[in-house]
Ligand binder design. Structure first.
Ligand SMILES: Nc1ncnc2c1ncn2[C@@H]1O[C@H](COP(=O)(O)OP(=O)(O)O)[C@@H](O)[C@H]1O
Ligand SMILES: [Mg+2]
Length: 272
């Protein structure tokens, strides 16, 4: 496992936009979006950091960082607040087969609820530590755990935008209610309301139910829904099983093309 030194990107003047990829429902495409969008953005010439903040560590395992052997991880951010700068240098990793930098998770992230119980401003820890690395990246993507708690709150507080993958099936809308409740509570205490964008995932245009749900999502959330829709594509599972990103499995496959389209839509929105 190789640690890297954070280097300033050439001419980087602006600070990274932080996207928390969140949905309380599991299996909706959060981890897939974090890794695939991360790679797509690097293919658009952006400097990207992906952070695995889920104690299940699915993104880390996908990147061949196995929780039992990882010694420095996102967990450290919540404890070593003496020197964030040198800490980032230790926890940011680089795999040669992807363009983005990566911070792995640790199963110990699940203990934070108890460990931070009496910590003041415990929802601000990630936001404060990200301030140290924002100048080195264009985008920071956080893969969030599928439950409400101190990690999700830290991610939402740190985020410029909460990206909510919504699986286009009929149970999907139940999952996001809890997330919107969390956002509503945070909006009462944060200086400005949380911005969010929804990403329809696992869409199957042949299924009437899918089409209905997509229409419903667009009706309810309007321009908060990305134009890009991610279809079902079996290549995602193949990519996951082989520890690769879909672009290495088949760059022409629909899923790969659609995440490229999403990356362009995000960059376009930023410049609009
Ligand atoms: N668009 C898609 N089409 C088909 N399978 C997908 C798609 N997106 C994700 N998957 C697969 O679905 C499973 C769950 O996705 P994942 O990204 O891990 O969800 P989450 O992080 O929300 O739990 C994984 O096996 C993944 O490879
Ligand atoms: Mg996941």
């Amino acid at each position: 496992m190789e640690n890297i030194n954070i280097k300033q990107s050439d001419g980087a003047a602006s600070l990274a936009k932080v996207y928390a990829i969140a949905n309380q429902k599991g299996g909706v495409g959060k981890t897939t979006t974090a890794l695939t969008l991360g790679e797509a953005l690097t293919r658009e010439g952006k400097k990207v950091l992906v952070i695995d903040l889920d104690p299940h560590a699915n993104a880390s395992v996908h990147m061949s960082y196995f929780p039992e052997t990882v010694t420095t991880s996102a967990h450290d951010l919540f404890f070593d607040d003496a020197d964030f700068k040198s800490l980032w240098g230790k926890i940011v990793k680089k795999r040669e087969w992807v363009g983005f930098d990566f911070v792995p998770a640790s199963i110990r992230l699940s203990e934070l609820e108890v460990d931070l119980k009496d910590r003041k401003n415990k929802g601000m820890v990630l936001s404060n530590s990200l301030d140290e690395v924002k100048e080195y990246y264009d985008y920071i993507l956080i893969d969030c755990p599928p439950h409400v708690g101190v990690l999700l709150v830290n991610a939402i507080v740190a985020a410029d935008i909460v990206l909510i993958p919504i699986q286009t099936d009929f149970l999907a809308l139940y999952g996001i209610r809890l997330l919107f409740d969390t956002i509503k509570i945070l909006n009462k205490v944060l200086p400005s309301p949380v911005k969010f964008r929804a990403l329809p995932t696992m869409y199957d245009g042949r299924a009437g139910a899918c089409r209905k749900i997509l229409n419903l999502i667009r009706r309810k959330l309007g321009d908060k829904v990305f134009s890009t829709v991610i279809h079902m594509d079996t290549k995602f599972r193949e990519a996951c099983a082989s520890g690769r990103i879909i672009f290495d499995v088949d760059p022409k496959t629909r899923g790969a093309q659609e995440y490229m389209q999403l990356a362009r839509e995000i960059v376009r929105n930023e410049n609009a």
